[in-house]
Design a protein around this ligand. Structure first.
Ligand code: ADP
Ligand code: MG
Length: 249
């Protein structure tokens, strides 16, 4: 399956994705997720099917509780489905041991949460470099790539600052840089601008568009922001665990 050697093949200054040759970044077929709570069961995903081409940028919209986060977590291999098939970059993320699933997630998927989840005791640069170091990459290579990414998100002067010294918008930009350090096939974001004021939110929205354009990273983003959703080339709408509209089909 995956070997650690694979991780060292790309140059540290090439920030484009490695899996461009794959036509499909995501293929999901009849995905179901049932949560059981004692006697109660709740079907958070009730049969979701869609595919996303490599390099596409897609917004996922829908009311609260419609299953958006559940879907994103499964696509990001953070949570497993109850039933259905999933491929990311042509591969089954859930194949293999827990360790192999973690490796897959770290190497191939970048995740940006609403709450940036930065490690407070590490600098911006260290936070960005961390997923690469976990993969076993050389520190100097990761330091260089992290600096490039911080520059790309407009934070080159903040590399040595700690998360507590950065604004919410800056922290979120660090989280985006961190999500890209391993040149993932897929960048997933769950309401990345949900905690930001409108100006900082707009900056984050244009950053996603630029990163998608410049690095050909496939982007799947859950958002409640209408303008952001409408600015993306494709929108998938969810309701009650199902896709009710998909502008890409
Ligand atoms: N860990 C969980 N246990 C039980 N129910 C859950 C869990 N996570 C989500 N749900 C339920 O699944 C449904 C979909 O949730 P979610 O995917 O978070 O929706 P959204 O992100 O669209 O707001 C909701 O009814 C929610 O309460
Ligand atoms: Mg959610």
């Amino acid at each position: 399956m995956w070997s650690a050697n694979e991780a060292t093949s790309a140059s540290s200054t090439d920030l484009t994705v490695q899996a461009k040759s794959q036509n499909w970044a995501v293929e999901v077929h009849d995905l179901r997720k049932v949560y059981s709570m004692g006697e109660l069961t709740l079907e958070a995903l009730a049969g979701v099917s869609f595919s996303v081409r490599a390099g596409e940028s897609v917004a996922i919209v829908g009311e609260s509780g419609s299953g958006k986060s559940t879907l994103l977590h499964i696509v990001g291999a953070l949570d497993s489905p109850t039933a259905g098939q999933i491929r990311v970059g042509g591969l089954d993320p859930f194949r293999g041991t827990d360790r192999q699933v973690s490796f897959f997630r770290n190497k191939h998927i970048g995740f940006v949460f609403q709450n940036n989840n930065l490690l407070p005791e590490f600098s911006a640069l260290e936070n960005v470099a961390m997923p690469g170091l976990i993969l076993g990459q050389r520190f100097e290579d990761m330091r260089q790539r992290a600096l490039l990414l911080l520059e790309r998100v407009g934070l080159s002067k903040r590399a040595d600052h700690y998360p507590g010294q950065l604004s919410g918008g800056e922290q979120q930009r660090v989280a985006i840089a961190r999500a890209l350090i391993n040149q993932p096939v897929l960048l997933l974001a769950d309401e990345p601008s949900g905690n930001l004021d409108s100006r900082n939110a707009a900056n984050i929205h244009s950053l996603f568009a630029e990163l998608n354009r410049d690095f050909q990273t496939t982007v799947l983003v859950v958002t409640h922001n209408q303008d952001f959703a409408n600015s993306l080339p494709r929108r998938i709408e969810m309701r009650d665990g199902r896709i009710t509209a998909d502008s890409g089909t």
